[in-house]
Design a binder for this molecule. Structure first.
Ligand code: NAP
Length: 276
């Protein structure tokens, strides 16, 4: 599995597994558990979740599916903005730890920016780190100006920014991705197949057919083409997990990239960060 360097001293898989909408439907539960386990066996050991997902149901599913292989995992979870305060973050983290069935979260993120000052969230994250409850902390859905502010309030230990980034959401290429790259801070690209909507795109289909791959593989390989990008597709079936895993080994040629640029043009100017 290709890896991405985190804070200069640790390497995490460039392809992980998302879990939004998992653990919410009993009839899908066994397929989701199987999908997560196969993904881990295939090297997709970075698991992304959040206290928000099913109000804890996704974290519980991960605990059930992967508790026995905990030490192989790099677990990422996120706190609601209203919980990202000195008064509330420790309790939110404790609840996530309990649902996940573990004693530490590898990377704990502020899910999006709310009314708690960023400096207060940074202090609360550092306290959890000192207590050994989390190994690293980071943010999600923060645009370039928010990231500048984060650094100005002591947030230089931020490990990642998790953002919406895929072929149809290329805005971050204008300034946020270069800003993060200049600081060697990885990006976690969420909704890399635009929650499945991208896969119906006719141009993507024809490009995929030309190179003997599937639309999902092309979309994922494109997202991971920049070093420093970690893609976290959610797949609820073993077939999708296997298909997505193969995208790591798909090298897109300059011609492929040019065709994708023509179909999904890069931004010409600054665009505000989008979120789902
Ligand atoms: P996504 O990964 O772009 O798309 C998931 C959808 O695509 C599911 O319906 C899945 O179907 C389908 N899919 C996956 N692989 C496929 C394949 N090979 N062929 C066909 N369909 C495929 O969307 P997402 O779940 O929104 O984003 C991924 C993860 O990012 C989330 O699960 C979550 O962990 C994280 N996220 C974070 C934020 C944030 O604010 N930080 C926001 C959104 C998402 P099946 O389930 O049937 O396989």
């Amino acid at each position: 599995m290709r890896t991405v360097a985190l804070l200069g001293d640790e390497h995490v898989p460039a392809l992980g597994q998302g879990t939004w909408m998992m653990g919410e439907r009993s009839e899908r539960r066994s397929a989701e558990i199987e999908a997560l386990r196969v993904g881990v066996d295939l090297g997709m050991t970075l698991i992304d979740t959040a206290e928000m997902y099913g109000e804890g149901a996704a974290e519980e599913l991960i605990g059930e599916a992967l508790g026995s292989v905990r030490d192989q995992l790099f677990l990422v979870s996120k706190a609601y903005p209203q919980n990202a305060s000195q008064a509330r973050l420790a309790a939110a983290c404790e609840a996530s730890l309990r649902r996940l069935g573990t004693d530490r979260i590898d990377l704990y993120l502020l899910h999006w920016r709310g009314s708690v000052p960023l400096g207060e969230t940074v202090e609360a994250m550092k306290a959890l780190q000192s207590a050994g409850k989390i190994r690293h902390w980071g943010v999600s859905n923060l645009d370039t100006d928010d990231m500048e502010e984060l650094l100005a309030v002591g947030g230089d230990g931020c490990a990642v920014d998790q953002i919406l980034y895929n072929l149809t959401r290329r805005g971050p290429e204008h300034d946020l991705l270069p800003w993060l790259e200049a600081r060697a801070m990885p990006v976690m690209a969420y909704s890399p197949v635009e929650q499945g909507r991208l896969l119906a795109n006719k141009t993507l289909h024809s490009i995929a057919e030309t190179i003997g791959a599937t639309p999902a593989q092309v979309a994922l390989a494109w997202t991971m083409r920049r070093s420093g990008v970690i893609a976290i597709p959610k797949a609820g079936t073993v077939a999708h997990v296997r298909e997505n895993r193969a995208a790591v080994d798909l090298a897109l040629s300059d011609d492929d990239l040019a065709a994708l640029d023509a179909a999904f043009p890069p931004p010409r100017g600054r665009r505000p960060l989008e979120m789902l």
